[in-house]
Ligand binder design. Structure first.
Ligand code: C2E
Ligand code: MG
Ligand code: MG
Ligand code: MG
Length: 288
């Protein structure tokens, strides 16, 4: 890595790092085979009504006899090794299965699944998503896909084609971590984007950075003018929420409203009334 015509000793630290990485890779490969993962779900709140508009599915590696491992520790390796593909097949199927189950049980919740940008390099993301929908029988309107700006920029034609086909089926598309990638705003008009999720870095600085406040306001205005919904992510405190409400931000997500939790705990929060689902709007025949 340091250029040609050089030699270097393969020192103990490098050796250790190498073995740690290969060990982790082997463990991850085996976990993918055994499907040793769980999805936790974090509520997304409509600020006007205070109701849950959907949930974001977040993957955790459930190593037997160990604590849950968070995605920051294994996603980069999964992306490097290609394990992200079977992992995503699992994630999509599991999230769709859960959403279909909730819907049948009177808990209709739209589920957002994060998709890594590397998937678009060599995979038919459209087919991966369609397979999950077909296998689980989920109404596609209950599935949302979250992609980062970088994911779209790396392979714009493939991403645009595949996402447009998915949107036509009823799936919605959100740009995640908006404002931190290589924003190429042209995609906002060319892709069927339903929501922008403002990166939590801006939310964390609401009280300390006028620059961050300005950017949040600009994203809200952009969404408003383009007819794209905007959700703020990473809200931890009431003062952040109040400021966002003053800016007419409509949707929010963060520990303040609820941490990512297991399906059982999400259901308990809804049953106890600490999370509220929207009341279904009666249809024209009044039968709903
Ligand atoms: P993300 O999609 O931007 O998800 C938001 C992250 O912020 C989650 O971390 C969530 O637990 C955390 N978070 C939510 N509210 C708050 C808050 O109020 N304060 C703070 N400090 N954090 C908050 P998590 O679960 O560790 O996921 C990290 C990232 O890993 C995600 O960022 C997403 O990019 C990726 N990821 C998670 N699940 C999947 C997956 O199934 N597939 C793929 N490809 N990526 C995933
Ligand atoms: Mg996300
Ligand atoms: Mg995000
Ligand atoms: Mg992120």
């Amino acid at each position: 890595n340091e250029g040609r015509c050089r030699y270097a000793f393969f020192d103990a630290a490098m050796e250790q790092a190498f073995f740690a990485a290969t060990e982790l890779e082997q463990a991850l490969r085996s976990a993918v085979g055994k499907e040793e993962f769980v999805l936790h779900y974090q509520p997304e709140i409509d600020l006007r009504s205070g109701t849950v508009v959907g949930v974001e599915a977040l993957i955790r590696w459930a190593r037997p006899g160990d604590e849950l491992i968070y995605p920051g520790r294994f996603l980069p390796l999964a992306e490097e090794t290609g394990l992200i593909v079977p992992m995503t097949v699992w994630t999509l199927r599991e999230a769709c299965r859960q959403a279909a189950l909730w819907k049948r049980d009177g808990m209709p919740l739209r589920v957002a699944v994060n998709l890594s940008g590397v998937l678009f390099r060599e995979n038919d993301v459209y087919q991966l998503v369609v397979d999950a929908i077909m296998e689980t029988g989920l109404d596609p309107a209950f599935l949302e896909l979250e992609l980062t700006e970088t994911a779209l920029i790396e392979n714009p034609e493939a991403a645009s084609r595949q996402l447009t086909s998915l949107q036509q089926m009823g799936v919605s598309i959100t740009i995640d971590d908006f404002g931190t990638g290589y924003a190429s705003l042209i995609y906002l008009t060319r892709l069927p984007i339903r929501r922008l999720k403002i990166d939590s870095a801006f939310i964390q600085e609401i009280d300390s950075s006028s620059g961050s406040r300005t950017i949040i306001k600009a994203i809200l205005a952009l969404g408003e003018n383009l007819g794209i919904k905007v959700i703020a992510e990473g809200i931890e405190r009431e003062d952040q929420l109040r400021w966002l409400e003053d800016q007419n931000c409509q949707e929010a997500q963060g520990f303040y409203f609820g941490r990512p939790v297991s399906p059982a705990r999400l259901r308990a929060a809804i049953e106890s009334g600490s999370l509220v689902l929207p009341t279904p709007v009666p249809d024209a025949t009044g039968s709903a």
